[in-house]
Design a protein around this ligand. Structure first.
Ligand code: SAM
Length: 262
């Protein structure tokens, strides 16, 4: 495939995707995500060693915008997103020992659907969290698409948090909009959020069970409304009946708790 330089034609992308995506809000958010990730004035931080395919994959998105295949455009953009997300978290020996002990999941990407579908649940006062955030790309993109009070990023890999801070600067997200915590979800303080995102940071077995129990107790105790977006969900058996399941497509499961009366 030949690679022509230049930013993607996002009007063409919107038009192309209109035939494939019936939900207009999600389509708009996808095009906005494309704009956010493909029109930065600089390449991502430390691109040569961390994101060596950045230029090639960005050009692939621009080229797909000139084509006539919406699936090819979605694929090209997914590749770019996955490259930025990274799929391997570097751990220190101690971090790796703790991840192994709790059967922690590596840095697989939660995908675009949580970002595209979260728009109606995030508002300017929202406090969101990603539990097991990797380099924090999901939370950073939530902040870019739905600016809100604070996004908390909890991740055991100190190197991933360092990369995430650099990505935050690259995406021009103000410092006070993101709280980074290099912590273990098994022991970190839980609560104070109204939008919770997680992709199974630990297995719901052995010592990992306590994390899901503590999280469910903390969220049930929140006085306000809480929405949970859970990838590869294992929370259902832990959540008390105050939570209703809003939807599940086998990848993303969404729950909501109404505010407590009074
Ligand atoms: C499946 S990835 C999800 C990444 C990102 N949240 C997403 O959805 O795209 C799980 C992440 O949890 C982190 N993790 C694993 N065990 C953890 C623990 N005990 N405490 C905090 N983070 C952990 C991993 O390093 C990895 O980055």
């Amino acid at each position: 495939m030949s690679r022509r330089a230049g930013p993607p034609d996002l009007e063409a992308a919107d038009w192309l995707l209109a035939g494939a995506m019936s939900d207009r809000t999600e389509r708009r958010r996808l095009v906005e995500l494309m704009r956010v990730l493909t029109t930065r004035p600089e390449p991502p931080p430390d691109a040569e060693s961390l994101f060596p395919r950045w230029t090639e994959l960005s050009a692939g998105v621009a080229e797909a915008c000139r084509g006539d295949d919406p699936e090819a455009l979605e694929e090209a953009f997914l590749e770019l997103y996955a490259h930025l997300h990274m799929h391997e978290a570097p751990y220190t020996a101690d971090e790796r020992r703790r991840v192994d002990a709790s059967g922690g999941y590596w840095a697989h990407a939660g995908g675009l659907s949580p970002i595209l579908r979260s728009g109606r649940f995030l508002h300017p006062a929202s406090r969101s969290v990603d539990l097991g955030a990797g380099n924090g790309l999901q939370g950073l993109l939530l902040q870019r698409l739905s600016p809100h009070a604070r996004c908390c990023q909890i991740e055991i890999s100190s190197r991933m948090v360092e990369i995430g801070r650099a990505l935050q600067r690259w995406l021009a997200i103000p410092d006070d909009r993101v709280e980074w915590r290099t912590e273990d979800v098994l022991t970190t303080a839980l609560g104070g959020w109204d939008f919770v995102y997680l992709y199974r940071p630990v297995r719901p077995e052995g010592i990992g069970r306590r994390f899901y129990e503590r999280l469910s107790e903390a969220l049930a105790a929140e006085p306000g409304a809480v929405v949970v977006f859970s990838i590869a969900d294992c929370l259902e058996e832990f959540l008390p009946p105050v939570f209703e399941r809003l939807s599940s497509d086998g990848h993303l499961t969404c729950y909501r708790k109404a505010p407590r009366p009074g």
